[in-house]
Design a protein around this ligand. Sequence first.
Ligand code: NAD
Length: 396
Amino acid sequence: MIIKPRVRGFICTNAHPTGCAANVQEQIDYIRGSAIPAGRGPENVLIIGASTGYGLATRITAAFGYGANTLGVFYEKPGSEKRTGTAGFYNAAAFEEKAKAEGLYAKSFNGDAFSDEMKDRVVETIKAEMGKIDLVVYSLASPKRTDPKTGVLHSSVLKTIGKSYTAKNLNTDTLQVGEVTIDPATDEEIEATVKVMGGEDWAMWLQALAAADLLAEGAQTTAYTYLGDKITWPIYGHATIGRAKEDLDRTASELNKQLAPIQGEARVAVLKALVTQASSAIPVMPLYMSILFKLMKAQGTHEGCIEQTQRLFTEGLYSETPRVDDANRLRMDEKELDPQLQAEVESVWSQVTTENVEEMTDIAGYNADFLKLFGFGVSTVDYDADVSPLVLVDFE
Ligand code: NAD
């Protein structure tokens, strides 16, 4: 099959297996070429949400940067003779192949991380094959969650809290800069978003591991968040998704109490805004990121997922002097939140229009990053070559 991108709004409905494998290799090459200090590092790592974006980069950093054994959980669709699988499926298949070729232990579970059944299966495998876990990374981004205790399906919403908010917005298909109005959420919608994207499931994973005595002395756990600044606060930080992320802070302090007897540590990690399948669906973010990337590239401070996770490990999780804020969160967003840079973003934000968007922002880079998520636009890949969408792999 000849596979070309099929983009509908902020979704690409297909993916290219060779392109996805090339993206994984590019991240592995980055990690191999980066400076990883000798000494403390992870050995047995569980990554929940390990197939795309930040979770995939985390898995690559742990495995190829530190030689760690990794167990990844994700929810992806395989390809068939007629249809391509999801990018995350191809990414995870490529990761496993490359890790095994290096003699690294890598096991992947494809299914619903929110379910009790998945936790049980993972626990059994860790017990049988890995021993104790010393790092648990929670990198899920999902619009829905079925609570395993009640069977209720909760759906998250991207809405404001209190009053509606109208902001500039970029249609990434037509390159029109228009406006979007986001309505306030009801109390039920806020609660549902916290149920889906808050800390409850993170805590349930830690409880499942602790109950089976699978957490090593000094084990660490982290869940990822975004904070942002003035432009994104009304739709992110101070909105429903931000409310869910605040719940991660509460969960981290609870987990710290539970981990105290084994000298373990739970921290939320604040990461930079980047193009991923999750973030491209959030209104305002594409325009904000297009402006931010142009300015950060000009400054030489722009980073992708793999650069962020490399710094998270070396300057955060395995540093003797981690950069933490007053809420005990690890901060990797310090370059994005530099006040002078944010002032420049605000200045461009106020001037950007459909007429000047290509010149004032890095919309070209944004769109290239978006297509790359699905394995398209990779310079080393021949997109006219026949490729099978069926990638055979042995996920659990
Ligand atoms: P992503 O969409 O690239 O990855 C989501 C992952 O979750 C995938 O591996 C997917 O398979 C998995 N997943 C979704 N539902 C699942 C389910 N029910 N069971 C098992 N796996 C499931 O998203 P991302 O942007 O890398 O986000 C990961 C985390 O990083 C999120 O907490 C997000 O808020 C945070 N973060 C993202 C950004 C950003 O700009 N992208 C910035 C800071 C923090």
